[in-house]
Design a protein around this ligand. Structure first.
Ligand code: WTA
Length: 683
């Protein structure tokens, strides 16, 4: 049966920036054939201290035989991102426009920040960073909750040409330390703590542990600047900017819970954000940086287990973030946009901070969770701010579906125009629920496929133009040229399924892995010479629609968080009782995938409930709570080839209880398969 097609709402299409398939095709063709012209025109919206000449606008090499892989956009141009996102918007009359509505974990906690105030706070904090010795090119690690100080900190880095490295504040101290060490960050920014739903996280103490670990590896974090978030001694940024009532974040308690906590403090290193800001100057001349100067590092999982510091640079990222935001969400000046992603992930970088601000947008910045204080928090926030674009993840959608439709019907969601999905393939059931219940059958759904590495959306519908098929990310964005390759690297034409690769760079794509260009080349360009390899598989249907099917490497995607099996296995193997560990993914109704671990114990060690609990705890502590395995199974032996390679394909079958394991003749010991089936929990 042919897939049902959903057409964009006619009302939306009437005013959309791109409003027909023909227009999309024309624009896409131009972006591929004449990238200099296409992106050069877009670049004119921004301020450039110096410009790039046409012959230097775009150059690259994707072929390993022709020397180093490189990607350059707008060589010769120089600019400053914070200037374009803030000063320029204020100058254009958007000074009093709200940049962010901040919605706290507790319903009573909210605030707002205008573009003028955001500029002022950014400049002040840029001066604070300078006073700590931060200079152009220095790395600043940021481990913060979803509070207004987080975008301020990022923009302050861009103000002075420093490179930010945001580390998701759900990572453990080990993961934080590893990332701080890899980037040799000079300064670490954090908050005292945060409530996420009913759970408390002591961020400063996690930072203390991380900084101690970093020190034992001969690197010193010179300063740690701490936002007093739990006990605001000053008003949050924004609360004094515009006469309207805003509530202070809290007065020492959150929901009646006392936030008294023991903060350890190193006077030589630690300081409070608000104290440093008190006397900081409210203006700071921007440092003009070159188009290809680094903007930020963001770590993502690599299949070896060691995280990869994806490096994005300035000019190309700016124009790509701005353009994808504009076209994919069809953002119009009075719209209220909300992306629920944490800024600690790429979605938060590009579509909470850079893309929206580059379009002078008004966004919601949400600290909490969908389930707190009730399971209707998302819908209440949409109603409260009259959100017009709502961008979230399939895992969130699936977890909210189960609470029934009555929770949703209480709310007025008619302000919505465009819905977005990101992080993993969206199953058609979740797509239809999102479309019918949340979008009430009149919103387009942008199922955006992209990666930390791609910087912005690369395969996505445009809401006023693209007829949608539930579960398909549809067609490439401007500048993007996808191909499907078979195992031998041969291009698959027309209908088919294969490795998803890209033939040429678009402006927002990564430039390197921080400090390790060689790993960048081998990780992404070795498999198929001449192409950037995504690591995902995809299918193209008869109408040319792309359907991304998921990772084809040893990576798993739990609730939209990418992890490598190697990363988890190495943590498990550290336990004294563990001889060997093998981890595979298992489909999960809400998380998309979950972790299923096979454990071979050391001689004389028991596999019992206590060990299972200890291993789960270890993963939580070493990687983060989001990585906790769902199943830890005893495996007296693992299915290995004669050369010792673990056959994960078989383990995946065992995990789902599918006896149809296929060919086992290459196994050193075939009997192990039966044994593992018998030992399955609940088997
Ligand atoms: C997966 C997140 C299918 C994919 C922006 C990719 C998706 C990985 C989609 C990147 C989608 C993301 N459909 N799969 N719409 N979006 N993915 O780096 O496997 O955290 O390679 O970036 O998520 O995850 P990352």
């Amino acid at each position: 049966m042919a897939d049902r097609i959903y057409y964009p709402n006619a009302e939306l299409a009437r005013t959309a920036y791109c409003n027909s398939v023909e227009q999309y095709k024309q624009m896409h063709e131009k972006s591929i054939k004449h990238p200099e012209e296409f992106w050069g025109e877009i670049a004119k919206q921004f301020y450039w201290e110096t410009t790039s000449s046409n012959d230097k606008f775009f150059s690259y090499n994707f072929n390993r035989n022709d020397g180093d892989i490189f990607i350059k956009w707008m060589e010769g141009a120089s600019t400053n991102i914070s200037f374009n996102l803030l000063d320029k918007n204020v100058k254009c009359g958007n000074g009093d426009k709200i940049a962010f509505y901040w919605e706290g974990n507790d319903i009573e906690d909210y605030s707002r920040l205008t573009y003028r105030k955001l500029l002022e706070e950014t400049c002040k904090f840029a001066n604070v960073l300078k006073s700590k010795g931060v200079q152009k090119g220095d790395r600043v690690a940021i481990y913060m909750p979803m509070i207004l100080e987080l975008p301020i900190a990022m923009l302050a880095c861009t103000r002075i040409g420093a490179v930010h490295s945001v580390i998701f504040a759900g990572y453990s101290s080990d993961s934080l330390a590893e990332r701080v060490l890899d980037s040799k960050a000079k300064v670490l920014l954090t908050a005292d703590g945060v409530w996420r739903g009913p759970k408390f996280l002591n961020l400063k103490s996690i930072c203390d542990q991380a900084m101690a670990k970093v020190k034992s590896h001969d690197h010193k974090v010179e300063s740690c600047i701490v936002v007093s978030h739990l006990r605001r001694v000053t008003s949050p940024p924004g609360s004094t900017s515009d006469g309207e009532k805003t509530k202070n974040i809290n007065n020492g308690t959150t929901n009646g819970r006392s936030n008294e906590m023991n903060l350890s403090w190193d006077d030589d290193r630690d300081c409070w954000w608000h104290e440093e800001m008190e006397d900081a100057e409210a203006s700071c001349y921007p440092v003009w940086v070159a188009a290809e100067d680094p903007l930020f590092i963001l770590y993502t999982s690599g299949s070896t287990g060691k995280p990869k510091g994806v490096l994005h640079t300035t000019a190309g990222y700016l124009i790509y973030a701005a353009t994808t935001f504009k076209y994919v969400f069809d953002y119009k000046p009075n719209d209220i946009y909300w992306c629920t992603a944490d800024i600690g992930w790429i979605t938060g970088h590009t579509y909470v901070v850079y893309g929206p601000l580059a379009n002078a947008a008004t966004s919601v910045l949400f600290e909490g969770t969908p389930f707190y204080p009730q399971n209707d928090r998302y819908w209440s926030v949409i109603e409260k701010y009259k959100v017009s674009q709502f961008y979230t993840a399939p895992t969130a959608i699936r977890s909210l579906m189960k609470f029934g439709d009555d929770l949703i019907k209480k709310y007025n969601l008619r302000s919505l125009k465009v819905l977005g999905s990101v992080g993993e393939p969206i199953n058609s059931e979740a797509w239809l629920w999102f479309y019918n219940l949340i979008g009430q059958g009149k919103c387009s759904i942008a199922d955006t496929f992209w990666q930390t590495e791609t910087g912005g959306h690369v395969i996505t519908p445009l809401p006023g133009a693209t007829p949608m098929k539930p579960g398909s990310a549809t067609f490439p964005f401007f500048g993007v040229l996808p191909e499907l390759l078979d195992e031998d690297g041969k291009i698959i034409e027309g209908e088919g399924e294969g490795y998803l690769v890209f033939r040429q760079p678009w402006p927002g794509m990564m430039r390197s892995l921080y400090g390790n260009h060689e790993r960048f080349e081998t990780a992404y360009f070795d498999k198929f010479n001449g192409f950037y390899c995504t690591g995902d598989g995809a299918r193209r249907d008869a109408d040319g629609y792309f359907w991304v099917t998921g990772r084809i490497d040893d990576m798993l995607n739990v609730s939209g968080h990418l992890m490598s099996t190697a990363e988890v296995e190495s943590v498990l193997a550290e336990h004294t009782a563990v001889a060997e560990a093998a981890v595979v993914s298992k489909p999960h109704p809400i998380k998309g995938q979950c972790l299923y671990c096979f454990i071979t114990t050391n001689e004389g060690k028991n596999f019992d409930k206590q060990l299972q609990d200890e291993l789960k705890k270890k993963i939580r502590e070493r990687i983060g709570p989001f990585a906790q395995p769902d199943v830890v199974q005893h495996a007296p032996g693992l299915p290995k080839t004669r050369s010792g390679k673990i056959m994960r394909r078989i383990l995946r079958k065992i995990a789902i209880g599918d006896r149809n394991v296929g060919d086992t003749s290459t196994l050193a010991d075939e009997s192990v398969v039966d044994l593992l089936f018998q030992l399955r929990p609940n088997a």
